[in-house]
Design a protein around this ligand. Structure first.
Ligand code: AMP
Length: 111
């Protein structure tokens, strides 16, 4: 499968990496929407949050813990975690990823 985020997870495509472990990788977004904007992805291919298996629940919990720790490491006090699902949800890369945005005040609704 030709998936850019699988390739980043495998280290075959370079990224501005913040963190990596056997299960996930975090890297800065190419097109940042806030002073701090990074993505956290599982290394294994999961299309979106709408499609994960029961045996992947621990992996998702691990990713949330990584997000918490990286946000703290980046010095973010308040921040936003977003995962877009499907075309109508604004998802452009069909490999599960969590956006972490911070360093400015966020508005609501996100639009
Ligand atoms: P989404 O629209 O929610 O699927 O988000 C995809 C995000 O991936 C966008 O914010 C893009 O800027 C970002 N992106 C796409 N390709 C890369 C890449 N090679 N390295 C870093 N960020 C990327």
């Amino acid at each position: 499968m030709d998936c850019i985020f699988c390739a980043i997870g495998a280290g075959d495509v370079p990224s501005d990496k913040l963190y990596e472990d056997p299960q996930c990788v975090a890297f800065r977004d190419l097109s940042p929407q806030a002073p701090t904007h990074f993505l956290v992805i599982p290394k294994e291919h999961i299309p979106s949050l709408a499609e994960f298996r029961e045996d992947q629940e621990a992996l998702l919990g691990h990713i949330l813990a990584v997000i918490r720790d990286l946000a703290q490491r980046e010095g973010l006090e308040g921040y936003r975690v977003v995962t877009n699902i499907g075309e109508e949800g604004g998802q452009s890369v069909p490999h599960l990823h969590f956006h972490v945005l911070g360093g400015r005040s966020m508005t609501w609704p996100p639009g």
